[in-house]
Design a protein around this ligand. Structure first.
Ligand code: IPM
Ligand code: MG
Length: 357
């Protein structure tokens, strides 16, 4: 059966990393006799230049008719001054909402071969880092009503944070189901000592978890969670939290592994269609120089094979190829040691493809 993958290369290093990931997908598809079609879709700054907006309806429609979306990176400082409505990031929010992608999954995993890159003290890091952040993605303060107005001559700005019970239940279920295949522990993070939305969050997650007797549920306030991520990350298995807390904690979590260029992420809704992207940004400073690390995007493509196309064996093959190349000592500049000769972005892609064959 033919499957369609929408490719949004985006900005900065986006086109370079997407090119490598696409070729990896073509290689693994060829090996297993799978039919993959690719649709190149404009998004971010690249779409602003062509269409005047970061996610035109034609791009949304192309993603809606695909089986999965693979995204490079969106955003470029050249749009910093432009009207907020047409910033590249707006395109990403529009796409998440249009595809109903309410769950964003971001792993924090220490790769043994690269553990020296972790900024954590060795005794903390060596206890292991392997957890998932499950972030609610289309609710909360990101999508609430906002307003900037003069009230009695004083400029005032408002953003609202709203969650309904069904929105909390569905994200809680994603976390509980993921935990069932891992260490069977879910930590729900909120700010229940202050926010009404967090009180409902905690109550709803607790009630939802009652249907999953094999999973141990606990709760933590977000400020404490931010501290625990650097104090003792080995304690976590699956963390579930609302949109903005998840945005902040997932950046923190990516940092402690020391290899932000290698971490994939994926977002899903009710069906199989998902959006897959590396967690790093568009790195405009190294764009066009063939220096980027394509591994985060290639591992995102592996997750795409697994979760949207149900191609577990193919996904595993890609992951093993990446592990093999890293274990053999190949490095891109971002993770190279002083004595390594770093590979370019395209050389790393090529190495991984050879490992697959
Ligand atoms: C992320 C990013 C986005 C977010 C921005 C670019 C809107 O930080 O995916 O984490 O805040 O969700
Ligand atoms: Mg973020």
């Amino acid at each position: 059966m033919r499957k369609i993958i929408a490719l949004i290369a985006g900005d900065g290093i986006g086109p370079e990393i997407i090119r490598e990931a696409r070729q990896v997908l073509e290689t693994v598809a060829g090996k297993y006799g799978r039919q993959l079609d690719f649709a190149e879709v404009a998004g971010g700054g690249a779409a602003i230049d062509r269409f005047g907006e970061p996610m035109p309806q034609c791009s949304v429609d192309a993603c809606l008719s695909a089986d999965a979306v693979l995204l490079g990176a969106l955003g470029h400082p050249k749009y910093d001054g432009v009207a907020p409505a047409i910033r590249p990031e707006k395109g990403l929010l529009k796409l998440r909402q249009a595809l109903g992608l309410f769950a964003n999954i971001r792993p924090a995993k220490l790769i043994p071969a690269l553990k020296e890159a972790s900024p954590l003290r060795a005794d903390i890091r060596d206890r292991g880092i392997d957890f998932l952040i499950v972030r609610e993605l289309i609710g909360g303060i990101y999508f609430g009503k906002r307003k900037t107005e003069a009230i009695e001559g004083v400029m005032t700005a408002t953003d609202t944070l709203t969650y309904s019970r069904p929105e909390i239940e569905r994200i809680a279920r994603v976390a509980l189901e993921l935990a069932a295949k891992r260490k069977r522990r879910v930590l729900s993070v909120d700010k229940e000592n202050v926010l009404d939305s967090s009180k409902l969050w905690r109550k709803t997650v607790t009630e939802t978890a009652a249907a999953y007797p094999g999973i141990a549920l606990s709760h933590m306030l977000v400020d404490n969670a931010a501290m625990q991520i650097v104090r003792d990350p080995a304690q976590f298995d699956v963390i579930v939290t609302e949109n903005m807390f998840g945005d902040i904690l997932s950046d923190e979590a990516s940092m402690i592994t020391g290899s932000i260029g290698l971490i994939p992420s994926w977002s899903r809704g009710e069906g199989k269609r998902g959006l897959y992207e590396p967690i790093h940004g568009s790195a405009p400073d190294i764009a066009g120089k063939n220096l980027a690390n394509p591994i985060g995007t290639i591992l995102s493509a592996a997750q795409l094979l697994r979760h949207s196309l149900d191609l577990e064996e193919e996904a595993r093959d890609v992951e093993l190829a990446v592990e093999g190349v890293l274990a053999a000592g190949y490095r891109t500049a971002d993770i190279a040691g002083a004595e390594d000769r770093p590979l370019t972005c395209s050389e790393m892609g090529e190495r991984i493809r050879r490992e697959i064959l």
